[in-house]
Ligand binder design. Sequence first.
Ligand SMILES: *[C@@H]1O[C@H](CO)[C@@H](O)[C@H](O)[C@H]1NC(C)=O
Ligand SMILES: *[C@@H]1O[C@H](CO)[C@@H](O)[C@H](O)[C@H]1NC(C)=O
Ligand SMILES: *[C@@H]1O[C@H](CO)[C@@H](O)[C@H](O)[C@H]1NC(C)=O
Ligand SMILES: *[C@@H]1O[C@H](CO)[C@@H](O)[C@H](O)[C@H]1NC(C)=O
Ligand SMILES: *[C@@H]1O[C@H](CO)[C@@H](O)[C@H](O)[C@H]1NC(C)=O
Ligand SMILES: *[C@@H]1O[C@H](CO)[C@@H](O)[C@H](O)[C@H]1NC(C)=O
Ligand SMILES: *[C@@H]1O[C@H](CO)[C@@H](O)[C@H](O)[C@H]1NC(C)=O
Ligand SMILES: *[C@@H]1O[C@H](CO)[C@@H](O)[C@H](O)[C@H]1NC(C)=O
Ligand SMILES: *[C@@H]1O[C@H](CO)[C@@H](O)[C@H](O)[C@H]1NC(C)=O
Ligand SMILES: *[C@@H]1O[C@H](CO)[C@@H](O)[C@H](O)[C@H]1NC(C)=O
Ligand SMILES: *[C@@H]1O[C@H](CO)[C@@H](O)[C@H](O)[C@H]1NC(C)=O
Length: 547
Amino acid sequence: MVAFSRFCAALTLLGHGVTASRALTKRNDTESYSTNLLHESMDWLDMFYDNERGYLFSLDSATLVHETRSSAWYAAGLLARNEADDAEQAVRIVTNIIGGQFKDESQQWFGDYEKYPEEPTVGTEQYEANIYNSWDPNWRGFVGTTFALMLEEFPHLIPQETQDYMLESLFNNTIGDSYRVGGVDTDNLYPAYSNPSIMRAFVSGWVGRRANDSNMTTAGELYAQEVIDLFKRDNTLSEFNSGTYAGISLFALTLWAKYLPQDSVMGQYGGEMIKYTWTSLGELYNANLKNVAGPWDRSYGYDMNKYLSILALQMWTLVGKDSAPMNAKPYAMGHKNDFAISPLIAILAPFHNTLISNSTLSALTAFPGTHSVNTSAFSPPFDTYPRKITAWISDNLTIGAESFSENIIGGPAKNPSSFNPAVVQWSRKDGSVGWLSLYAQVYALDAETGENYLSLSYPQGNFSNGFSFLVGTNSWTGRRDVASWADVEGISVNVTGTVDQNYTVTFNGANGGAGDPINEFEFWNFTYLMPRGSMEVPRVRLEFELE
Ligand SMILES: *[C@@H]1O[C@H](CO)[C@@H](O)[C@H](O)[C@H]1NC(C)=O
Ligand SMILES: *[C@@H]1O[C@H](CO)[C@@H](O)[C@H](O)[C@H]1NC(C)=O
Ligand SMILES: *[C@@H]1O[C@H](CO)[C@@H](O)[C@H](O)[C@H]1NC(C)=O
Ligand SMILES: *[C@@H]1O[C@H](CO)[C@@H](O)[C@H](O)[C@H]1NC(C)=O
Ligand SMILES: *[C@@H]1O[C@H](CO)[C@@H](O)[C@H](O)[C@H]1NC(C)=O
Ligand SMILES: *[C@@H]1O[C@H](CO)[C@@H](O)[C@H](O)[C@H]1NC(C)=O
Ligand SMILES: *[C@@H]1O[C@H](CO)[C@@H](O)[C@H](O)[C@H]1NC(C)=O
Ligand SMILES: *[C@@H]1O[C@H](CO)[C@@H](O)[C@H](O)[C@H]1NC(C)=O
Ligand SMILES: *[C@@H]1O[C@H](CO)[C@@H](O)[C@H](O)[C@H]1NC(C)=O
Ligand SMILES: *[C@@H]1O[C@H](CO)[C@@H](O)[C@H](O)[C@H]1NC(C)=O
Ligand SMILES: *[C@@H]1O[C@H](CO)[C@@H](O)[C@H](O)[C@H]1NC(C)=O
């Protein structure tokens, strides 16, 4: 039994790691954009609040069950808004969440939070412990960072007793998170798994300082150093260029920079890592298409105008909702539940946004002209060499891809549905975006991009391999049926290589076709196989011309 009386002492203010040395040109806009993001997202979340239980209903409205993570984010938003009884409700929610925190130190999920209060007991015969399913190890990071942010930003709105309870919760959270070791017990937390790694290091470093537990502080610092070493290799996140997870990593790096002191490596490097991450995103961004060019290590969609990415929420605070890849009705977009993290993005924007360079900021609204990008990212223990990223980005056509050799298929997340190693996007006459993405099916890919072309080969492949390109559906007024490249709107495509020229086209749709949509996107599947018995290396080259 651990005693927590030591948390009863007054909370000490931590020094701020990076002071905003330079005011953003549009500093005032940032303030109004982030206020606007806070209120729009809170208006939407309010509709899901169950005042009777003091918890948010599931955003999927699944038979009125509730959900923990979005409840925590909402509670932070309540404190930021602080109207009527907002603060009181926030305290109720937090107390309820901690009430459901796992308390048995001997379990792998100790210190984590139940996904929803109605769930059966994790680890029973009927409800087996199934990582990322019946329990989610990353929720320690999501809820823990949110609690720390609340304690940093709004201590005056939280009763001391609740603050102590939150710190107790964070302490258990950190202990439980220390059980995570990539490759052990089905866990996958390596330093290269950027978003939870950055959250883990922060929570451990922050809680260690608050609780005067130097071992915890040191553990956070050491883990952070591993993340930093990987980053500094080429100033990129290992979990590269993901509309969703680059957003989480930027959020967590902001906590490093804002809440940890200069004697922390996190306080020292957080700001710089944010700046470099945005530099790379800015180079890959095409403001005409409102999309970050591929490749995407982990994406939940193929067109940022149609699915809600956390990066787009950050862009909302930088350039305003209208100029960001954001529909007027965010809650109608794909992956819309991520709108629930908006309060955290809005709260941190005035600080985070000062770290972005002028040229990056300008690239978010005006395309700077045709250019190419070369960079790399490294994810041990999966990569045999750092992934080599190349992109060619022009006004209305972007082509981005990465070469890699890994010991798994589908990237470090082992998920071919989110690993998009070669992506092409183009603008169509009505302003909408066409796209194609290579479906990940192999351990190794060699990719080259350049003016109007994408060249791919499978260095370890043979006649049994094929190339499947998932191609987005045409625009509202475009052709509904697609049988060949000629039917794909806005672009013409020539294909050469060692593949059989005779390709197949099938449809994956919500209500029919050859298979289901991926990431909620319907698509046409253009597949090229190798000629029967071919001895050649599988190779394909796509040449594009805008129509
Ligand atoms: C941590 O140490 C500081 C300085 O000695 C003290 O003021 C504070 O109360 C301690 N906090 C806890 C939670 O023990
Ligand atoms: C920007 O904000 C500052 C401080 O809040 C204020 O003094 C100034 O008038 C504002 N400028 C504009 C152009 O709104
Ligand atoms: C923290 O863990 C201990 C067991 O180590 C448990 O007794 C306590 O209730 C937990 N606290 C919370 C807030 O879950
Ligand atoms: C830190 O770790 C050392 C060595 O394992 C141990 O002796 C010490 O008690 C730990 N301190 C705390 C506060 O847990
Ligand atoms: C950014 O732009 C502002 C206003 O144009 C300027 O004062 C500032 O020096 C610029 N900062 C950098 C790093 O170029
Ligand atoms: C990227 O690499 C390619 C091939 O080596 C080269 O042609 C191109 O100029 C490079 N682009 C940049 C921006 O460095
Ligand atoms: C890109 O598309 C815009 C809008 O259709 C058009 O005005 C512009 O000329 C195009 N640029 C190029 C280089 O084709
Ligand atoms: C061809 O590749 C497949 C899949 O990688 C592999 O299982 C098979 O052994 C290879 N066949 C030959 C003849 O190399
Ligand atoms: C290739 O074309 C022939 C007829 O020309 C057809 O019988 C065959 O099924 C096609 N193969 C594929 C892979 O589509
Ligand atoms: C695409 O089509 C090919 C050929 O029919 C099929 O083998 C493959 O599974 C399909 N890919 C997806 C992602 O549906
Ligand atoms: C495709 O090839 C034809 C014939 O060589 C050529 O006229 C056309 O411009 C090419 N289109 C593209 C997109 O490269």
